[in-house]
Design a binder for this molecule. Structure first.
Ligand code: PA5
Ligand code: NI
Length: 186
């Protein structure tokens, strides 16, 4: 006889999970040393300012399992550069991921191992197939919270160090417009 169990619930409008055990990670400006171009702007900003929260379903890990999480990326800038996630390759490079835009507006920055880059707009209902061997970063170019749901292989892992040189392009606000700027001297 099958057992009956209540699935987790996500509010598609806000990305809020309810009635389920969650893992939560908050990333503040203080945690993002070296991530924003404007070092002096970063130093003078409130280090306790929350840049993004990630909430994950507390589900099994291990080969073949999938993780599900929502990133809530707050609006803001350091200097003229929009708030963004740190960004990463997966430790298991071949592992892809799917992002679903839920609310707000922003960009998904993708960069492969050859340094080839791509940007996709993120908005409520957008679906992003992140291929393997591709670093990914969310950027909030709007004035509201940008929330995106992600599903990825639980053994993919995060490799932040491989991107220590950073992404080759930055997304900034210039003359009240979203602009991309090539990073000088790496
Ligand atoms: O799995 C993912 O790609 C996301 O859940 C990210 O981990 C999340 O958006 C936070 O970004 P980062 O891990 O680059 O700090
Ligand atoms: Ni990822």
């Amino acid at each position: 006889k099958p057992t009956f169990s209540q699935p987790p619930h996500v509010d598609w409008l806000t990305g809020a999970f309810s009635r389920t055990p969650l893992l939560r990670k908050t990333t503040r400006l203080a945690d993002l040393s070296g991530v924003f171009a404007d070092v002096s702007g970063w130093r003078h900003a409130d280090p306790q300012q929350v840049v993004y929260d990630v909430e994950m379903l507390d589900t099994p890990s291990g080969s073949g399992e999938l993780f599900t999480g929502v990133t809530h990326l707050y609006p803001g800038k350091v200097g003229d550069e929009y708030f963004m996630t740190r960004g990463h390759f997966h430790a298991l490079r071949e592992q892809g991921e799917v992002y679903f835009g839920l609310r707000g507006s922003g960009l998904l920055l993708l960069q492969d191992e050859q340094g080839e880059m791509r940007l996709e707009p993120v908005f409520a209902g957008s679906v992003h197939i992140i291929p393997g061997f591709t670093a990914h970063r969310l950027i909030n170019t709007g004035t509201e919270i940008l929330s995106a749901l992600a599903v990825w292989s639980s053994n993919a892992g995060h490799d932040y160090a491989a991107l220590a040189g950073g992404f080759a392009w930055r997304v900034v606000e210039e003359d009240h417009q979203v602009q991309i700027r090539e990073v000088q001297n790496g």
